[in-house]
Design a protein around this ligand. Structure first.
Ligand code: SF4
Length: 258
């Protein structure tokens, strides 16, 4: 499956060789190293420096959805598809008060649930949440399963949602690739992938397993706050010295109207 990217993708060029400047230029390097951050470094060194920079920049990065247990994690994550976390957080308190667990959600009437989550888009989300909870009720005794295979059997749950639930609700090592993770990982040259599956494969090879969950949040936070889809704030980016996609002047914050 190709990642849905309506924005211009700035995916860096060659395979580990190059002399990159902030405007994304590449000049062949005689020894396979690139010139970043004031010195030559290998691709592996450059990637490790970026990961270190992400960790230093976002030490408190974590989920921005509100949930307190695996059931709430699952419902909030399904609702968050193509919707902001802030909007999901506005509706979930009432949803969780009315349907506090998978068993109660399994008995919900779609016509009652849909108006409660309508602002998160797509009528199908309400149907998928109820259908997923019915399967959890019937097949898993009302408990959200903690394996990727079983999660992906639930209606409305793909690999990304399963990985989010595994990582955030169960502490199982998993690296979820959403639109921000896909875009930022490729712009930074941490991976070079056309699909979310290939992005996940390359990133989980690069990053130690114990940091997969954190790294997912570092990249989302960077994508939301700095490396935005349409107008990345390269001038303010703490990673620009090591980023092959950074563009001088691409990043001027919008001027305030006077
Ligand atoms: S915002 Fe940072 S990470 Fe994104 S393209 Fe610009 S320099 Fe690279």
């Amino acid at each position: 499956m190709r990642a849905r990217e309506s924005e211009e993708m700035m995916v860096p060029s060659p395979k580990g060789e190059g002399f990159f400047g902030e405007c994304g230029m590449t000049v062949p390097s005689p020894n396979g190293k690139g010139f970043f951050g004031g010195g030559f470094m290998t691709e592996q060194e450059r990637k490790q420096r970026i990961l270190q920079g992400l960790e230093e920049t976002y030490p408190t990065a974590g989920p921005e959805l509100h949930f307190t247990n695996p059931y709430e994690t699952l419902v909030a994550t399904i609702l968050s598809a193509q919707c902001t976390d802030q909007q999901v957080n506005r509706v979930t308190p009432a949803v969780f008060a009315r349907y506090p667990d998978a068993d109660s959600m399994a008995a919900a009437d779609p016509e009652e649930l849909f108006p409660m989550v309508k602002s998160c888009g797509f009528r199908s989300k309400a149907g998928n949440i109820i259908a997923a909870c019915r399967m959890i009720h019937e097949k898993h005794g009302g408990q959200v399963p903690d394996s990727r295979e079983e999660l992906m059997e639930l209606p409305g749950v793909g690999r990304k949602t399963a990985n989010v639930v595994l990582s955030n609700a169960f502490g199982v090592p998993a690296f979820a690739v959403d639109t921000h993770v896909f875009r930022v990982s490729n712009r930074l040259g941490l991976c070079r992938a056309d699909t979310v599956e290939e992005t996940e494969r390359q990133m989980t090879e690069l990053i130690p397993e114990e940091k997969w969950g954190k790294a997912h949040h570092w990249l989302i936070w960077h994508g939301r706050r700095v490396c935005r889809a349409q107008r990345p704030l390269c001038g303010e980016c703490t990673l620009k010295e090591w980023c092959p996609s950074g563009r001088e002047g691409a990043a001027e914050p919008a001027k305030k109207r006077t």
